[in-house]
Ligand binder design. Structure first.
Ligand code: ATP
Length: 518
């Protein structure tokens, strides 16, 4: 009997165990099923989302095809072949165009009559004639081609991409959509491009927004909702994208201004993320710059469809604008500030007492120190560098532009693109980290056909760039000082002798550029 009871208890306990195990199994099964169901739902949802996106893109494509106006902007009969050839030769224009369209340049604004919006045309016709980069790029851009435009500093690249951009909104897709995006490396440059494009959007009843960091997001979030055109720096743009305040899916005209800088390490990943959210099917992509190093060309082509490559002046060799007189003085690094003060007295004396001078330092700390020294010596100087608030930066630039101060001390944040009227002299107190930056810095003078002077203090710390600098001097028909030649033909990119390589992402593994000597 005892053993029966034991058996019974054992059986019961086994039953309970089995039941528990069954329950566990069923629970596991249920969980598994639930997981499977959730996974399937997630997959379906993703699939549906992609399908919807594809359909939307296709709809945009169809819509655009329907509303696209064929613009025949070849200057055709209006410019004779002889005149076109002479123009291309005189301006050393190179057009690499795999499809051999061979469009003639637009040599006068009249040729654009009936081909672009009349209000835009009236506005730009306030200039005497298109600049060479405008003449050559407009026919291709108005035919919706991808274009890489390389032309010297101050040669009117902003309207080269800006005029077709605003005309594009008027002739393509839905006029309410956000179609044009211009990306720029600095806040000041974004704001300047905005000022230029806003002239065109205002007269055509369109809307434009500028997006950059250092200021409140609220206004930007609001105005982007009703904008057709956005000019942005990458950081703030990504910020607004991530929080869902801006949708780039209808962007079909994308410009990278200062394109080589935008494709450098440090910006590259951001740019990839941004571009991936634009309309990949119908996007016209443009890259404009004054310097186009080989290192970035391959990466650039991954974002473009059979781009037409236009260069004005011989841009294969890195060269500066020829209207700039380039003076290079080899100096002892410890004497630089004393020499600077003498130079300021020299360039701002007599009838030139009010001339605008832009001084470049390499680092924020250096700029702050030199600013204090200059103030102590009685100079009225404004400054732009990364340690200042956006409000202070904007104020400094405004004061310099409107002549409240005639001295501006800046880091490379002001090297590219800034169009400040009548800068007479650029002084490089400390040489930049790359030769491209040198070309951009000195390009703040000698703009829009004017002449200018650049005065560079070169020290042994920068001797690795002496060869590259000599080439730029030679290609600009400028004398090469004997003291510079003493450094030989070094062309290797390496960290700055005095400050190291902490200015920006400098890839020390990148092979040195091969630069030929005469
Ligand atoms: N067709 C034109 N004729 C005369 N001036 C022009 C013309 N188009 C633009 N400009 C003026 O030329 C100046 C320089 O133009 P912009 O700032 O576009 O130069 P950029 O080529 O972009 O220079 P950077 O390489 O330094 O960015 C501006 O003040 C602009 O208003």
């Amino acid at each position: 009997m005892g053993s029966d009871k034991l058996k019974d208890r054992k059986r019961k306990s086994e039953d309970v165990e089995e039941e528990v195990s069954l329950k566990k199994k069923s629970k596991k099964d249920k969980l598994h099923k639930k997981e499977k169901k959730e996974k399937k739902e997630k997959k379906d949802k993703k699939h549906k989302k992609h399908k919807k996106e594809r359909e939307e893109n296709r709809a945009v494509e169809v819509e655009e095809k329907k509303s696209e106006i064929e613009i025949d902007v070849d200057a055709g009969e209006e410019v004779s072949q002889v005149d076109a050839d002479a123009f291309l030769k005189d301006n050393e224009v190179k057009v690499e165009d795999a499809s051999n369209l061979g469009l003639k340049p637009i040599l006068s604004f009249d040729i654009l009559k009936g081909k672009i919006d009349s209000k835009i045309l009236a506005k730009i016709s306030e200039f005497p004639k298109p600049t060479p980069i405008q003449s050559v790029s407009w026919p291709y851009l108005l035919q919706k081609k991808d274009v890489v435009g390389v032309a010297e500093t101050g040669s009117g690249k902003t309207f080269a991409f800006g005029v077709p951009a605003i005309n594009h909104i008027l002739t393509t897709g839905n006029k309410k959509d956000l179609q044009v995006l211009v990306i720029s490396p600095t806040r000041e440059l974004a704001s300047q491009i905005y000022d230029n494009l806003k002239i065109l959007t205002d007269i055509t009843g369109l809307s434009c927004t500028c997006i950059y960091g250092g200021v409140s997001k609220d206004e930007q979030r609001k105005s982007v909702k009703t904008s057709n055109c956005v000019i942005a720096t990458p950081g703030r743009l990504l910020d607004l994208m991530e929080e869902g305040s801006i949708n780039l899916s209808k962007i079909n005209y994308l410009v990278l201004d200062e394109a080589d800088r935008m494709l450098e390490k440090g910006f590259e990943e951001d740019i990839k993320k941004i571009i991936s959210k634009t309309n990949s099917i119908n996007r016209q992509t443009l890259m404009f710059t004054a310097t186009w190093p080989k290192e970035v060309r391959e990466l650039a082509s991954t974002f473009m469809k059979s781009p037409i490559r236009i260069s004005i002046g011989n841009r294969d060799e890195l060269s500066a604008n020829k209207r700039i007189t380039q003076i290079v003085e080899v100096v002892d690094p410890f004497n630089k500030e004393k020499i600077l003060i003498n130079l300021l007295h020299k360039y701002q004396s007599g009838k030139n007492a009010n001339d605008k001078i832009l001084i470049f330092a390499l680092y924020k700390k250096e700029a702050t120190r030199v600013e204090k020294t200059l103030q102590y010596k009685g100079f009225k100087v404004a400054a732009i560098h990364g340690d200042l608030s956006q409000q202070q930066r904007t104020q400094s630039l405004d004061d310099f532009k409107n002549g409240k101060t005639n001295l501006l001390l800046a880091t490379d944040v002001a090297a590219r693109g800034l169009d400040i009227p009548n800068v007479k002299v650029v002084i490089n107190l400390t040489f930049p980290l790359t030769i491209e930056d040198y070309v951009h810095r000195i390009g703040r003078t000698g703009r829009a056909g004017k002449t200018g002077i650049s005065h560079t203090l070169f020290t042994e710390h920068e001797k690795h760039l002496s060869g590259a600098l000599m080439n730029v001097l030679r290609s600009g028909d400028q004398p090469v000082p004997d003291e510079l030649m003493k450094f030989g033909g070094h062309t290797k990119k390496k960290e700055h002798g005095a400050y190291g390589a902490f200015f920006k992402n400098v890839d020390m593994n990148v092979k040195a550029k091969k630069i030929k000597f005469d």
